[in-house]
Design a protein around this ligand. Structure first.
Ligand code: IPE
Ligand code: IPE
Ligand code: MG
Ligand code: MG
Ligand code: MG
Length: 337
């Protein structure tokens, strides 16, 4: 029987409250003046995650859009299984928070954030396929190809990916069509051959092969880094931030992206499947090229701490307005799932 994802440890409880009872996050919130967050961060993030969840639920319905014929129920059910199953929603939350930093908080940002989450969910559905990482458990539930079948898993991924580009092109995303076009192109590049999909190719080609630190950094900056980089960068673009700010947030996204995969690889070594909602201890067995494999646990932890400080320094220029973003970077470094 499939073990249910432990929502309490994940920080997302079954009422949708974020970071509730997560000791690491409690520590971050109280660990020093730089993390003394004045707003009620937990409630704020809970609200952000549940807004994303509600929007995804609304997007993934059987109501056809203009030019569509029908939405086959089985495919829709598989897409919903892959997208509405308790993910942390960190990428869309980063879009929302980066846009908020420059003063934009409306529904259009929300929509852009959902487009990115659809792509992330598609990447997980395909990543789990037998031809890729061959995983049976995701977010505490059977993976899409297990709950349905392989062909349906492939198609669910295809349809989540293409739907993302429909959503990002919609009017509310930005009043200027040129900005919507820019976001669409940037999202394509983050997800495609020179970004996530390319990184997944390099990841598979690197199994059981010796890879240098530089090569591993590159593959990780693509497979995981590209979408997180886009999350932060697009938030700034959506809010009409100046190019200097877009560059700064891009750099922040790159740091967060590297930290995120380092933490994922560390957790693959150290965490339980119950806490993670997915199998652990698989990377070494599959011969994955990871920095944890190259450096070991201790050096990886030190590097994560360094990245956390870098992220914080980078955001220092925004003062207390960036407190939430800094706390999120801290959560990524110290996360337990
Ligand atoms: C998992 O991403 C895949 C990686 C890039 C390491 P997340 O840890 O963000 O997965 P969910 O969305 O919360 O399930
Ligand atoms: C996946 O990396 C990155 C994606 C583009 C989906 P992993 O293969 O390490 O992610 P998990 O551990 O299965 O979530
Ligand atoms: Mg993988
Ligand atoms: Mg995987
Ligand atoms: Mg992993």
């Amino acid at each position: 029987m499939t073990k249910q994802y432990n929502f309490l440890n994940s920080g997302l409880d079954d009422t949708g409250n974020w970071f509730q009872g997560n000791p690491n996050f409690e520590k971050i919130l109280s660990s020093g003046p730089e993390h003394r967050v004045t707003l009620d961060l937990k409630k704020h993030l809970a609200a952000q995650a549940s807004r994303i969840e509600t929007d995804l639920d609304r997007i993934l319905t059987d109501t056809t859009l203009a030019q569509e014929t029908v939405r086959p129920p089985r495919l829709l059910a598989a897409m919903r299984h892959g997208a509405l199953n308790g993910g942390k929603r960190l990428r869309p939350i980063l879009v929302l928070e980066c846009a908020r930093l420059f003063g934009r908080t409306d529904e259009g940002v929300q929509q852009a954030a959902c487009a990115l989450e659809l792509i992330h969910c598609y990447s997980l559905v395909h990543d789990d396929l037998p031809a890729m990482d061959d995983d049976d458990l995701r977010r505490g539930q059977p993976t899409v190809h297990k709950a349905f079948d392989e062909a349906t898993g492939i198609l669910a991924g295809d349809a989540l990916l293409t739907l993302a580009f429909d959503i990002i092109a919609e009017d509310p995303v930005h009043s200027d069509p040129a900005v919507r076009l820019r976001l669409s192109r940037e999202l394509s590049r983050a997800a495609g051959i020179g970004g996530m999909a390319g990184g997944q190719m390099l990841d598979l080609l690197s199994e059981h092969r010796d890879r240098t630190e530089e090569e591993i950094r590159q593959l990780q900056s693509m497979k995981t880094g590209a979408l997180l980089r886009y999350a932060c960068r697009s938030g700034a673009i959506l809010a009409n931030a100046g190019e200097d700010d877009v560059d700064r947030l891009t750099r922040f996204g790159e740091i967060v992206g590297l930290a995120f995969q380092l933490a994922d690889d560390l957790l693959d070594v150290e965490a339980s499947a119950e806490d993670m909602g997915k199998a652990t201890g698989k990377d070494a067995e599959a011969g994955k090229a990871t920095l944890v494999g190259l450096w070991g646990v201790e050096k990886t932890r030190n590097e994560l701490e360094r990245l956390s400080r870098d992220a914080e320094m980078l955001l220092g220029t925004y003062g207390s307005s960036a407190a939430t973003l800094t706390a999120i970077a801290g959560f990524i470094v110290n996360r337990s799932n």
